[in-house]
Every structure is written in C-alpha cells, then in structure tokens.
Write a protein that binds this ligand. Structure first.
Ligand SMILES: NC(=O)c1ccc[n+]([C@@H]2O[C@H](COP(=O)([O-])OP(=O)(O)OC[C@H]3O[C@@H](n4cnc5c(N)ncnc54)[C@H](O)[C@@H]3O)[C@@H](O)[C@H]2O)c1
Length: 393
C-alpha cells in the first residue's frame, strides 16, 4: 500500500475486508509516525519510508497507489522496474500526456494494471450499467453526473502543480468515467465544452466547473463539480435513454436519515459537515462508494490474468477528456478530445431511429391527454409534413 492517508485507509480496509485472503503486507509513506499509526489501525505487519523497498518486497504481488497525484508516475515506474502488477487511484495522470506515458510503460512491461475508479463500481451503478447494457432504457442520449463537496482534506490538492488542476481533475474524473460507462466505452468522446471558475477559494485552480462531452453517437455527458458546495458529499447521476431513465443518489440521501440533537452517533459519512440535527449517515462506505466491488473485480482479474473493468487505458481517456475541458474553459469554445490512442469503434450508429406507423407515416409520439383521448403525432415519409390523429375516449 503506497500512502497511509485518506484513500489508503479506505483501500486497505476494503481489501482486507472483502475476501479475507487478501492482505496488505507492507505500507509506504513519507511520515513514519503516521505510517506506524496506520499500520496498527489496519493490521499491516511491515512499513517503510522507502517507496522502492515497499514495491520490491518479495511478499508483494500487487502494488496499490494511494499517493498524491504528482507521485503516481514515480510509483508506477518502480512497479514497472520490479515487474509488479499495479492499481492506481484516480486521476491516473495530471494530464493526458502523463497518463499516456504511464499507460505505455505498464503495457510495454506487460504488467497487470487497474484504474481505481471506485464510483463506476458502486452497487447501484453496477446494477444500472447492467440494465443499460440489457437495453432497459434504450439508447443512451444523456448522462449527467455530479460530485460536489466542501473541498479536499490535504494541502497538496490545493496546489495546482502537485494536483494538476482543481475540482475538474479531482472530481470530474469520476463523473466523466461514470458517464462514459453508460454511453459506452467503445463510443469515441469527440469534443468538450466547459465552464470553470474560481469562485470561493484563494487558489490558482478552479473550484467549480460544469462540462459537456459530446460522443460519436451524439450522446452528451454532463458533469457538475464543486469544491465549495456546503452540506456534505453530493454524488448523483442521471441517465436518459430513448426508452427509459435512471436517477441515482449514491450518497447524501440514500434512504437513511437521522435526527440527533446531541450528535453523539460518531462518524457520519465522508465530508459530512455536521454530526447533529438532521444527518444522513451511510451504512458502509466501503460498499456504497464501490471499494469492495472494485477490489473484487481487480484482484479476481489479476488472478485470472484478464483485464479489469477499469484499466490504465480508461484513466488515459479520462485525462484526455479533462485536458479538452481545460482548453475549452480558456477558449470558451468546443474543443476536440485528442486521443492519439483510440481503441473503440470508429463507426457508430446515430441515436435517431425511424419508427414506421404505416406505409405513409413515421410515428413521432403518442400521448394520452387528461380527458382520456389519445393524440398521435405522425410525420409523412414523402413530404416531411407533421400531422396529428386525435382519438376521443
Ligand atoms: N474516491 C477516490 O477514488 C479517491 C478519494 C480520495 C483521494 N483519492 C486519490 O488518492 C490519492 C491520495 O489522496 P489522499 O486523499 O489519500 O491524500 P492524503 O493527503 O490523505 O494522503 C497522501 C499520502 O501520501 C503520502 N505522501 C508521500 N509523499 C508525499 C508527498 N510528497 N506529499 C504529500 N503526501 C505524500 C502522505 O504521507 C499520505 O500518506 C490522490 O491521487 C487522490 O486523487 C481518490
């Protein structure tokens, strides 16, 4: 386990909890005192402040990177040198070029690589994705994903050089990959339009942003991210399809509401701003945030030598989309998503389908009105004219 901070705690807990046969055998971090405490808390038998020593340990099969964004590259290089499989947290790189370099070196070395995008693995998301793939909502036209909270917990996130950006690189990476899963990973992201601004915090990076990503089918992904949202961690997704709709609330209002005047219930949930009054506890964050299912997929595939659902290639595509968003936020124009390495389809069918009503007309829409009558909107195949049929009850 590289890192002994916030995400390393979640990862270690989820890993050791999930199958019980997985074990964090050694942890690395720069601060020995924190590291010792971390290892005691999560029963990790060995620790070191030497990153290479942790990676090279003969006990280690797979390295998990839970380090600040600027250290992902160094950690991955050590894994390549040691020939160890590697799982890296999000974002893969601080930009697409860095992500591509990391992708290239792990693929050239032939080592197992997984991109730890936990929010693609929440139980709700996995079930929704399966329904979408089975055709439950038809063709996806629009996927909206929102992640907002009051801002990250460590100093390095706020430094644009170390983090690579602000709320986009930190939070939109999740939203982009969630939407990409719904729209289809083999559908090419074509261009992006983005608003980003620094509204509240005294930083060089953006603390609020909204982005649109247009895909080759015509489908649109929309992300909304903020580091200044008050009230906790808001994680919501909406997917629209030609035959259905999905709304998911992953975190803030999941059906567990508690009122506590004294606020003595203990830890409420990630980024909760209060422990009293109306609070929204989360039953088990390891499950609700996707960590258990993510490590299950990663380690099962590591053992079977097959690719996991989320790989470094996905991390690279996400970085390329974010780069286009940053360019668009500056130019205020749609900017192309530059993918020098595209592994999906080159040709896709457009979303629009013509439905025959009869030999003369296409069906546009049918609706029952309050008086019980039914109106049918038709389009003449030859002339393009619209007409309505109104059948009284
Ligand atoms: N849901 C998620 O997937 C999720 C959530 C939070 C963070 N993350 C990612 O995990 C990574 C780590 O974030 P975190 O929240 O655990 O951060 P953190 O600050 O809580 O922990 C960082 C760890 O890295 C160690 N470290 C080693 N060298 C360091 C250096 N030079 N500067 C700073 N720290 C150093 C620290 O000692 C600490 O143990 C980031 O890439 C972040 O984007 C992912």
């Amino acid at each position: 386990m590289l890192g002994s901070g916030f995400i390393a705690g979640f990862y270690t807990n989820a890993l050791q909890k999930y199958r019980s046969r997985d074990e964090a055998v050694i942890a690395y971090s720069r601060n020995e005192e924190n590291l010792r405490r971390f290892c005691e808390q999560y029963n990790v038998p060995e620790y070191t402040t030497d990153m290479a020593k942790a990676v090279q340990s003969p006990e280690v099969d797979l390295v998990v990177i839970g380090l600040p964004n600027h250290l992902h590259r160094e950690a991955i290089e050590l894994c390549v040198q040691a020939g160890k499989g590697v799982l890296c947290t999000k974002p893969l790189g601080r930009n697409a070029q860095e992500a591509k370099e990391m992708l290239d070196i792990v693929e050239q070395a032939g080592i197992f690589n997984g991109y730890l995008e936990d929010l693609a693995y929440t139980p709700k998301t996995l079930k929704a994705l399966e329904s979408v793939r089975n055709g439950a909502i038809g063709k996806v036209t629009w996927a909206r994903s929102r992640e907002t909270h009051p801002g990250p917990h460590s100093d390095w996130f706020w430094n644009i050089e170390l983090a690579g950006g602000g709320a986009i690189v930190d939070l939109a990476c999740h939203c982009i990959e969630i939407a990409r899963n719904y729209i289809g990973k083999d559908v090419r992201p074509v261009e992006a339009m983005c608003w980003a601004d620094t509204l509240v915090k005294p930083i060089a990076a953006e603390d609020n942003a909204i982005g649109l990503i247009k895909y080759a089918t015509g489908a649109i992904a929309q992300f909304e991210v903020s580091w200044s949202f008050r009230g906790g961690l808001d994680l919501r997704d909406e997917v629209a399809g030609t035959d259905g709709t999905i709304w998911i609330n992953n975190f803030l209002r999941t059906g567990f509401d508690m009122f506590s005047a004294p606020g003595r219930g203990g830890y409420v949930s990630e980024k909760a701003e209060t422990e009293s009054g109306w609070i929204f506890p989360v039953g088990d964050e390891n499950i609700e945030l996707g960590y258990l299912h993510m490590f299950g997929d990663m380690i099962d595939n590591f053992e079977q030598k097959s690719p996991p659902m989320e790989s470094f290639y996905d991390g690279y595509v996400v970085n390329a989309i974010m780069d286009a968003c940053y360019r668009s936020a500056k130019t205020k124009k749609w900017e192309p998503v530059e993918l020098e390495d595209w592994r999906g389809k080159d040709q896709v069918d457009p979303i629009m389908e013509l439905h025959d009503y009869n030999d003369q007309y296409y069906l546009v829409k049918e609706e029952k009105l309050p008086d019980g009558s039914v109106k049918t909107i038709l389009k003449d195949k030859a002339t393009g004219e619209f007409k309505q049929e109104h059948v009284m009850p």
